[in-house]
Each structure stands twice: as C-alpha cells, then as structure tokens.
Design a binder for this molecule. Structure first.
Ligand SMILES: Nc1ncnc2c1ncn2[C@@H]1O[C@H](COP(=O)(O)OP(=O)(O)OP(=O)(O)O)[C@@H](O)[C@H]1O
Length: 247
C-alpha cells in the first residue's frame, strides 16, 4: 500500500501510510493503543475505503476488485468473532470457502486438511463457542487456510492467549506462510515477540508509519522512547521458547 489515508467520523486517523509484505514473509505492525493499526488493517481487508492512496494485493487495487475476488486474495483473523459462536468448528472453517463455488466433497477435504494442519482434527463437530481461546484462534487460522489467499491479516491474534499459546499461534502462522508462500501481516503488541517472529516490522505512531525494516534495525531505544514514551533497557531476562524449539 502507498499513501493510504483513512478517516472515521470526519477525523483523519491514518495519514499517508505505506508498507509492503512479500510472499512467504511475516511482517508485524506495532504501535501504541489508538495509533490507527486496526483502521489501517481495515483498509486492506475492505472494511473501510481509504480517503486517499492505494492498497494493492498481487498488483491490483483491492478496492476496485469484485468482492468475491478480493476475498480470494485476503483472509483475516480478527480480534472479536461473535458471528461464529453458534456454529460447529467445521462450519466455521467452511465459511472460508464463501468466495468460491462450493464443491461439497472437495471442500470437506480442504476443511479436514486445514483442521489437521492447525492441530484440531478431532474438533470438527464441536461448537465453536466451547473452544478455548487458543483453539478458537487455530480454528480461525484453519478458516483462513481454506480461503486459499495470497495475504493473511491478523489483528492482535494473541491478545487473549497465555504465553505458550501465543508462541504456538505465531509459530503456526509463520510456518504456514513460509510453506504456502503467503504474505502475513500481523498487528502485535509485544515488541519482543514481534522482533523474534517477524521478517519485517512496521511501527505506527499517531496514524503514520514512522519506521519499517528488519526488527533489529527498527527497534532502537531512541525510536521506542519517541513512539511509546518509555525507556528501553536491555536486561538479562526470562525468554520463553516453545518446548522443542526456539521462535
Ligand atoms: N468508528 C469510529 N469512529 C470514530 N473514531 C474511531 C472509530 N473507531 C476507532 N476510532 C478512533 O480511531 C483511532 C484509531 O483506532 P484504531 O482502533 O485503529 O487504533 P489501534 O492502533 O488499532 O488501537 P489498539 O492498539 O488500542 O487496538 C482511535 O483514536 C479510535 O478512538
């Protein structure tokens, strides 16, 4: 995207934002509460039309594509998901096939494969509302998988999860992206986690992207103090890794 601005209720929220994510790459978008991250994400998955600028996925302006076509290019795992609550896990996953002509047998197989991939193969008939927070997130990732898109957007995918499940979901998404050549853009709040997982990091402040690049170059103490108003200090600390492998 380039030069993207967005307004809500007549107020400028995002100002001339530009970023890119390549296939197979995991990018994170970080920034203080209220700086405009979700609003920016909404312009990418077409929940909001930018007031200026261009959002492209695979070279096409997403806001000019037919809805069905843009839904074949971009999948979203968002924060709150009340719409799914009454459905079974399998039904929720199959919602990912909405932009395609339904082929029941093939779709069932896609659903089974996706559930297997996220470690939920036994949960096909369970009611979504009864899943734990981590399982819900994995079910939504499975739905995104059957949508077979080039871009996956995640808006705070780990916000309700404990540290083990946070690492699990980030691992899963990063692995899947690399395996499928899918570009992934995730809004994250934990800077250490973002730095550990992403290839590219974008920092947003007051509606603008103020830095972008490899995390070790972007996350300087100077930038963190300017954007968040806190001092960043390197200390020996506990580092959490999944059992059986680092981030
Ligand atoms: N529907 C709306 N109408 C008017 N202003 C809104 C609306 N939704 C959000 N805002 C405002 O837009 C600004 C950016 O909100 P946004 O949710 O994009 O920020 P964010 O960076 O994702 O925040 P957080 O980290 O807290 O989730 C905030 O000041 C918010 O109050």
């Amino acid at each position: 995207m380039s030069g993207v601005s967005a307004r809500l209720d007549g107020r400028g929220i995002v100002h001339e934002a530009g970023l890119r994510v390549d296939g197979g790459e995991f990018a994170a978008l970080v920034g203080p509460n209220g700086c405009g991250k979700s609003t920016l994400m909404r312009t990418i998955y077409r929940a909001l039309r930018p007031s200026a600028g261009l959002v492209t996925v695979d070279g096409d302006d997403v806001h000019r594509l037919p809805w069905r076509e843009s839904a074949r290019r971009t999948a979203v795992v968002a924060q709150e998901t009340p719409a799914e609550l009454d459905f079974t896990v399998g039904e929720v996953v199959l919602m990912g096939r909405t932009p395609y002509r339904r082929v029941p047998a093939a779709d069932e197989e896609r659903c089974a494969r996706a559930l297997d991939r996220v470690g939920l193969s036994g949960a096909r008939e369970r009611v979504y509302a009864t899943l734990s927070g981590g399982e819900k997130q994995r079910a939504l990732v499975a739905r995104a998988l059957v949508q077979e898109t080039r871009l996956l957007l995640l808006d705070e995918p780990t916000s309700h999860l404990d540290v083990r499940h946070q690492l699990e979901i980030l691992h899963l998404v990063r692995e899947l992206g690399a395996e499928l050549g899918m570009a992934t853009l995730a809004v994250l709040h934990d800077l250490n986690q973002a730095a550990a997982f992403c290839d590219r990091l974008y920092v947003m402040s007051a509606g603008r992207i103020v830095a972008g690049g490899p995390p070790d170059r972007v996350l300087t103490p100077e930038l963190i103090s300017r954007v968040y108003g806190v001092r960043a200090v390197h200390r020996t600390q506990l580092v959490f890794e999944r059992l059986g492998g680092g981030p």
